[in-house]
Design a protein around this ligand. Structure first.
Ligand code: HEM
Length: 407
């Protein structure tokens, strides 16, 4: 297609790594356009942000995700043969597994309830805990138990750490990634062993093992990956918990506000945490046929990258976007064209994440802990967020001191 601004430098991969979350937005500002063309990893890529980007990646036929992610990201996150790599009817059928477990069932409430009790206890026990580390570790224990994988795995700190590092290292390069890939295959082996020994009937793990495609249960290695596709992202919500804690440390008035507000207002705060936290930066796809959308014409084989983070910072979608403001009426239930912390569009039919409901429930549970169940103080610490580290986090993960039960 013609008419799109083009980056003049040869290949922008190094700039993308250096600028991280801000790479697409900076160039959109420079070109005064929500789409531009550049080269990444030697390929011609169209980068987009805003409603058209969301409509393209989550509401348009003729794109595939398989092959559009760097190999290390695919292997650390979703895994070959998993739901994220499927398209069309095969995708819809596999996705129904996640929809019935994570969206229609009461997984979100069960996980949030277990996390709330266990994390409050852990914070008091440690007295000077780190939010990112403790929340991620407790989430790993809670979701492994909930899935029905037993105390052997849930109680193993090495397994829980492996789950954390898969997401933590997903956007990085170098030895840390190699180590995380090795940890991922170790975690897969451990789940295989548990499944071979047999899991209790009626548990989520049992549901996945029995899930049929073409009249047959899923191949065992695919079932293991889909189990990991629930465990790993639930643990990753610990990052959102750390971003939420950072807001409370920097602006204690929110802490007082959250002590008294309704459940709905607390949920609104959690949704604004998701809008303002640099977490999942962007999503990529390749066109499989000619695609026409709102003045864009893409030829088959075109790589596209939709900037999810940048879309949530757009002033025309979120007035005073840089201000943290829980009253924006954000709600994961709506297929919003700008509020896309975990992707957009229809959960059942697009590649949008099936974990929004769970994320919101877990962040809200964490807010109840931090504002109602325990008292704490925060020491002087580095709370800066490096926008070139993907996924980002508050520099030290947010340290707390003097944690005690609320009286
Ligand atoms: C809370 C539990 C979560 C579960 C069970 C979960 C699971 C999944 C699964 C299975 C997919 C693939 C969907 C598909 O291809 O149809 C997915 C996609 C996605 N997830 Fe999650 N996830 C969770 C939390 C998160 C979190 C905390 C984030 C980060 C903000 C996140 C961001 C995303 C994004 C952006 C996609 C779409 C990727 C794309 O469009 O290619 N998820 N998630």
């Amino acid at each position: 297609m013609t008419g799109l601004p083009r980056e003049s430098v040869g290949d922008s991969t190094l700039s993308l790594l250096r600028e991280g979350y801000e790479f697409v937005s900076r160039r959109c500002e420079k070109h005064q356009s929500d789409a531009f063309r550049t080269r990444l990893l030697g390929r011609d890529v169209i980068c987009l942000r805003g409603p058209r980007a969301v409509a393209l990646l989550y509401g348009t036929a003729g794109l595939k995700r398989c092959g559009a992610m760097p190999w290390t990201v695919l292997n650390l996150l979703q895994g070959p043969g998993s739901v994220g790599t499927l398209e069309g009817e095969a995708h819809r059928h596999r996705k129904s597994l996640f929809v019935s477990l994570m969206v229609e069932g009461d997984a979100a409430d069960q996980l949030a309830c277990a996390f709330e009790a266990a994390w409050a206890e852990r914070l008091v026990f440690e007295a000077t805990p780190n939010v990112l580390t403790t929340a991620s570790d407790v989430l790993a224990r809670v979701v492994t138990e909930w899935a029905g994988l037993g105390e052997g795995l849930a109680g193993d700190p090495r397994f829980r750490r492996d789950l954390f590092l898969m997401s933590d290292q997903a956007g990085r390069f170098g030895p840390g990634v190699v180590h995380a890939l090795w940890r991922r295959s170790r975690a897969e082996r451990r789940i295989h062993e548990v499944l071979d020994a047999g899991v209790d009937t009626g548990t989520p793990a049992d549901f996945i093992v029995r899930f049929e495609e073409g009249g047959r249960p899923l191949p065992r290695d695919v079932a293991v990956r889909e189990i990991l596709n629930i465990l790993r992202p639930v643990v990753a919500v610990g990052r959102h918990v750390a971003f939420a804690a950072r807001i409370l440390v920097r602006d204690p008035e929110w802490r007082d506000w959250l002590r008294t507000v309704s459940e709905n207002e607390m949920t609104a705060f959690a949704e604004e945490v998701r809008r303002t936290s640099p977490f999942f930066p962007a999503t990529t796809a390749i066109t499989t046929e000619r695609v026409d959308l709102d003045g864009l014409t893409l030829q088959p084989g075109q790589w596209v990258m939709a900037d999810l983070w940048g879309t949530m910072q757009l002033e025309r979608c979120f007035p005073a976007a840089e201000v943290f403001k829980p009253g924006r009426n954000l709600d994961w239930r709506r297929a919003d064209e700008c509020f896309v912390p975990q992707g957009g569009g229809d959960i059942a039919t697009s590649h949008r994440c099936p974990g929004d409901r769970t994320s919101v429930a877990l962040i809200t549970a964490a807010l109840r802990v931090l504002c109602r169940h325990v008292t704490w103080r925060a020491p002087e610490q580095d709370l800066r967020i490096s926008m070139s580290r993907m996924p980002a986090k508050p520099a030290n993960g947010v340290d707390l001191t003097d944690v005690a039960p609320e009286r």
